[in-house]
Write a protein that binds this ligand. Structure first.
Ligand code: FEO
Length: 403
């Protein structure tokens, strides 16, 4: 694929990874991904903003064959899916200068053993003139690592935001079809950005001080309607929890499944939306997406060897790491003879600022009194959710057509 023009003298380069199905050996990629870099050609100098995954350096190098030599390599973020071709680029272009912040410099030396002599360190708000084009560096920490910055191209009003506003979505379209990219961008937010929601909101306010016509993230397509993704991010990071129960579960002999089915129906009858996830076939991105807006997390978990089933423990670990703004949580499930399932799961989620509701555990297959306890739990959740935003698709309104 040749360099793809965004505006005259600004090109999208890098690789579309159509077939990648797992990122960081952790995150499912149902729609693949891309590693975007951007080439900015000025009247006096040229800059490449970011690189791509080391496995795809050859693709990037072939695209650079079509362009003038870069004078500067701007590294917005050190994670190797964006910085990984830096050593190859420095070998190919002996005068290339790496432009990054002080923290990124140290990390590039640690991760990629870059020669200290190749750096130009910039401060927050610094500019770099390319002649008729000017780059401004805006520190945007924690989207996704502490050193991360965004680069704003003043003359064309393009924000190169790296992971910020990105999506794991493979396409050869330059510009985002917002209806297509929305779910992937939300999953990406949930998986990568949700633990840093407060910093996300601060960084949105920071970058929107600058006029933006395009957002060029380093995963997924370019946004030529930046208001769409900015408003979606405001909703995901700052919107109130909704009248939704997120219900990941696993069942060994179907007793826990009977409880999950009963609670699902009881909640539905009380007007509470339920998003269920069978942990034996879990796509962690779907669970993460659900947690963006869920008011309550209910873990459906049988007891194994006196503790939680490992798949439910994984869900608890994931929820704790992602730090959703969920307000309530509890556990339901069946046990054989005893154990510490609830204590263990609750102990695995210290970062959640939730009110724990009375768990419902039953010995063996649930009896009438167990179903009654589940009905009481559904009553409690419905009552607690009275104070939450109704389940709504306001987030979809930013991208779905009217009518
Ligand atoms: Fe896409 Fe944090 O790397």
């Amino acid at each position: 694929m040749k360099p793809r023009q965004i505006v005259p003298n600004v090109h999208l380069v890098g690789a579309v990874d159509w077939d990648r199905r797992l990122f960081d050996a952790l995150i499912p990629l149902p729609d693949g991904t891309s590693y975007n870099a951007y080439f900015v050609q000025g009247s006096e100098a040229n800059a490449l903003v970011d690189t791509c995954d080391p496995a795809r350096c050859r693709t990037l190098m072939e695209q650079l064959d079509e362009l003038p030599a870069p004078d500067y390599l701007v590294i917005n973020h050190v994670e190797q899916d964006h910085s990984g071709c830096t050593p190859d680029l420095l070998r190919r272009f002996p005068d290339l200068i790496v432009v990054c912040n002080e923290r990124a410099k140290g990390m590039l030396i640690d991760h990629l053993h870059i020669d200290e002599a190749r750096f130009r360190v910039v401060a927050d708000g610094d500019t770099l003139s390319l002649g008729d084009r000017t780059l401004t560096f805006l520190f945007t920490p924690w989207v996704h690592w502490p050193e991360t910055m965004s680069t704003w191209l003043a003359e064309d009003q393009i924000l190169f935001s790296c992971d910020f506003f990105g999506s794991h979505y493979a396409t050869n379209d330059v510009f985002a079809d917002k209806h297509e990219v929305y779910d992937g961008a939300k999953r990406y937010y949930a998986e990568i950005m949700m633990p840093f929601g407060a910093q996300v909101l601060k960084n949105i306010e920071k970058v929107t001080q600058y006029p933006i016509r395009f957002i060029g993230p380093s995963h997924g397509p370019v946004y030529d309607d930046p208001g769409f993704i900015i408003e979606a991010y405001r909703d995901w990071a700052g919107g109130e929890p909704q009248n939704i129960v997120c219900l990941p579960f696993v069942s060994m002999h179907e007793s826990t499944l009977l409880m999950v089915d009963h609670l699902t129906a009881a909640l539905t009858n009380r007007g509470v939306a339920v998003e269920r996830f069978d942990l034996t076939t879990l796509d962690a991105g779907e669970l993460a997406s659900s947690l963006v807006h869920a008011g309550t997390l209910v873990l459906g978990c049988p007891t194994v060897l006196a503790g939680p089933h490992p798949l439910a423990a994984y869900a608890a670990f994931l929820a704790n790491a992602l730090k959703p703004r969920t307000k309530f949580a509890t556990v339901i499930g069946s046990y054989g003879w005893g154990g510490k399932t609830v204590e263990t799961l609750v102990g695995m989620m210290p970062k959640l600022k939730v009110e724990y509701l009375e768990p419902v555990l039953c010995k063996g297959m649930p009896r009438v009194e167990d179903y009654e306890a589940l009905d009481r739990l559904a009553d409690t959740i419905a009552e607690k959710h009275q104070g939450l935003v109704p389940r709504n698709f306001a987030d979809f309104n930013v991208c779905r057509p009217e009518g």
